[in-house]
Design a protein around this ligand. Structure first.
Ligand code: SF4
Length: 706
């Protein structure tokens, strides 16, 4: 939105899923500065360290990819080419591969940082025109278990609550998440709420005593992987204490009888022993939840990035359902999305197993609707390959080419050495990004320069379904183009129709029209409304509506019966990589406060390096001392997949038997460190296909100079 003669603009932070509003000021010399938008419903003027330094990433042009680069043969150096040459070559290679090996021989790997318009176009291109569902996104690594869990329990991938419910809740159950560092403004709102209302209760479940625990009334420092056992035990105590909502269960849910029978078999003493917490603390958690008038559960990667991630999600949602804490003020199960537009990507169906506008890929009628809308014969029925499956398929030679947009899988994928081998074997790799020297870019046969934040217009949807418009403020440098324009130009080179858009607003309108009549209907929206009225939460079916802050207020769910599903979870035991005498420690990975993903932007901001400047290993003294490891020692963390070299941080904040590495550093920023994901394993949740980043077997040894 233009505020003051083209000098101030409204936009949204492009880092995490909180979705804070930012006002960008541009002075007469074109210099930009930013401040938190005081009128924004999410952050009310606040910004975290990453957000308040975001403008430096626009100003810093080092490592910026400025023009297309291409190599004509695998071992040849890349050369500068113009857009015509670059896209003609890409189209020629893709046409040849598709005609020779079929459409499933190519795939697209995109990002939760893409704008909704870009996500929509790639999805349309791949599923509608190329004729494969081989499109997946790095959101597979962070929230696909939550998508599956919501669908199983509520019949739809739908976050029920709004951030404004935070100030109405009196009990928070934060599991497998460190919002103080990873969703800081959201955490700040909980903190302010608790400062004003000290009686509200905060329960944190995490094998590490994180910064978020500063707010905790109760920290359940469970053994990694035992989350379901804990939730079952809490459910049993709630039932025994009569602290459940019998009327809600009877009228609005299905499956309770079987669930009850199952959890009543849970031995509480055994559960406490399995989780390695006291039964007294489990009872305390159940009491806090049972006494709450408004109960919000929040979770992130600690639940989702697991070989039983979907079951963990469903087991946690069960606590909201048996207590009737959904569809009412201050209550609901709330999955914290990691990326700024992971939710928007889900809206357009931008994953291998999804269809546009939350339609069902397995539903013939739904596929026909989408095909008719796009003017194509069909959308393929067979689910596409997910993130790690694409890597496997490249490695096995089944997939020949991959197009990677706005993400750095060579650092972020699990078992990253496998990704190295796969990209080496690929016949053709396209990398479309703002950076020239990412770990992934080195494998590109074709490097395409993309416009970044503030250099293009579009929309994003944050973790509470809030859609916001992002303004274009500055021109992209060199020959960089908005991702949507690159995709449209490529589609036309391929000979496809339906990619002639006047501007981003037209692309957004097409997406909105495709949602008409669905559960996420936003056909009432357009850029003009978003710019004039501000952000809105879906669904917004009519243009005179203000959006829908809270779902399920009528207690009707999106299931066939209209009732929420309470699932009996019969497998509470961890199926992760077994520990051995050679690799006896559990490695868990995560983020630090001032870095974002693989550091391709935050790694260049000096102010952000001041917090933590190099990778480290957290290890408990109980594990360090027998290994003769002292604070600051160089250590080698290793397993059968690889090793990393890093300094040790001895801390009692981590559970004995568990070690922690931050996931951010790759080879570009890490130098001798290498990558954390050299160590993580290839195990997936069987349903969501989300990798098991939080549990790998490793050993740690003190580094001794040869
Ligand atoms: Fe950006 Fe997230 Fe920080 Fe808000 S909390 S400023 S969205 S990184």
């Amino acid at each position: 939105m233009l505020l003051n003669r083209a000098e101030s603009y409204k936009t949204t932070c492009s880092y995490c899923g909180v979705g804070c509003g930012i006002i960008v000021h541009k002075d007469s010399n074109g210099r930009i500065s930013i401040e938190g938008d005081k009128g924004h419903p999410v952050n009310r003027g606040m910004l975290c360290s990453k957000g308040m330094n975001l403008h430096y990433t626009v100003a810093d042009q080092t490592d910026r990819l400025l023009y297309p680069q291409m190599r004509w043969g695998k071992n040849q150096p890349r050369q500068r080419v113009d857009w015509e040459v670059a896209l003609n070559r890409a189209a020629a290679v893709f046409k040849t591969l598709i005609s020779k090996y079929g459409p499933d021989s190519v795939g697209f790997y995109i990002s939760g940082q893409c704008l909704t318009e870009e996500y929509y176009l790639v999805n349309k291109l791949v599923k509608g025109f190329i004729g494969t569902n081989n499109i997946d996104t790095n959101s597979r690594l962070c929230m696909s278990s939550a998508v599956a869990g919501y669908k199983m329990a509520l019949g739809e991938d739908a976050v029920p609550i709004s951030y404004d419910d935070i100030e109405l809740a009196d009990c928070f159950f934060i599991a497998g998440a460190n919002p103080a560092w990873c969703h800081p403004i959201l955490f700040r709102r909980i903190e302010q709420h608790k400062q004003k209302n000290p009686q509200i209760k905060v329960i944190i479940v995490d094998p590490r005593k994180t910064q978020s625990c500063a707010l905790a009334d109760l920290h359940l420092q469970i053994r990694p992987g035992t989350d379901i056992v804990l939730y079952q035990a809490i459910a049993r105590i709630l039932i025994e204490n009569g602290a459940i909502d019998q009327e809600f269960i009877a009228r609005h849910t299905e499956g309770y009888a079987s669930f009850r029978a199952s959890v009543m078999q849970t031995s509480l003493e055994e559960a406490a022993s399995v989780c390695d917490v006291t039964l007294q603390d489990i009872r305390k958690a159940a009491t806090f939840i049972g006494n709450a008038k408004g109960f919000i559960s929040m979770w992130a990667m600690g639940l989702n990035q697991s070989v039983v991630g979907v079951k963990k999600n469903v087991a946690l949602i069960n606590l909201s359902l048996i207590t009737g804490h959904i569809g009412k003020p201050g209550s609901g199960p709330f999955s914290l999305t990691g990326q700024p537009n992971a939710m928007g990507g889900r809206e357009v169906g931008g994953m291998a197993n999804l269809l546009a506008a939350h339609r069902d890929l397995t539903n013939t009628e739904h596929r026909k609707e989408v095909a008719a809308f796009w003017g194509v014969d069909k959308v393929p029925e067979k689910p596409g390959l997910t993130a790690t499956q694409m890597i496997d398929a490249l490695h096995e030679g089944k997939m020949k080419a991959i197009w990677i947009i706005c993400t750095n899988p060579l650092v972020s994928l699990p078992n990253a050495t496998m990704a190295d081998l796969a990209l080496k074997k690929a016949k053709f790799v396209v990398v479309q990004d703002i950076s020239m020297n990412s770990d992934t870019a080195q494998y590109a046969d074709l490097l395409l320069p993309a416009a970044g934040w503030l250099e293009k217009e579009g929309t994003m949807t944050n973790a509470d379904r809030r859609i916001s418009h992002l303004s274009k403020v500055v021109e992209a440098p060199g020959e960089a183009l908005p991702d949507s324009e690159i995709i449209c130009r490529f589609a036309k080179k391929m000979g496809y129709h339906g990619f002639d858009f006047k501007d981003a607003a037209e692309i957004y309108l097409e997406h909105c029209q495709l949602t008409k009549g669905t559960n996420i209907d936003v056909s009432g929206l357009n850029y003009k409304i978003l710019k004039n009225k501000g952000t809105m939460q879906w669904p917004v079916p009519l243009s005179n509506q203000k959006g829908t802050p809270r779902l399920f207020t009528d207690k009707r769910f999106y299931t066939v019966s209209g009732k929420a599903q309470i699932h009996t979870i019969d497998d509470g035991f961890n199926l992760s990589e077994p520990l051995t005498t050679t690799y006896p420690l559990i490695l868990t990975t995560g983020r630090i406060r001032d870095q974002w993903h693989t550091m391709t932007r935050t790694g260049k901001v000096n102010k952000l390096k001041q917090h933590i400047s190099k990778p480290f290993l957290e290890i408990h003294p109980i594990d360090a001392i027998p290994r003769q490891i002292a604070e600051g020692d160089s250590v080698i963390v290793s397993n059968k997949r690889g090793s990393v070299s890093v300094s040790a941080v001895l801390t009692e904040d981590i559970k004995p038997g568990v070690v922690f590495l931050p996931m951010h550093w790759g080879r570009t920023f890490g130098k001798d460190f290498s990558r954390t994901n050299n160590l993580t394993n290839s195990l997936l949740d069987p349903s969501s296909k989300q990798p098991d980043f939080k549990f790998s077997a490793v050993e740690v040894k003190k580094y001794v100079k040869p």
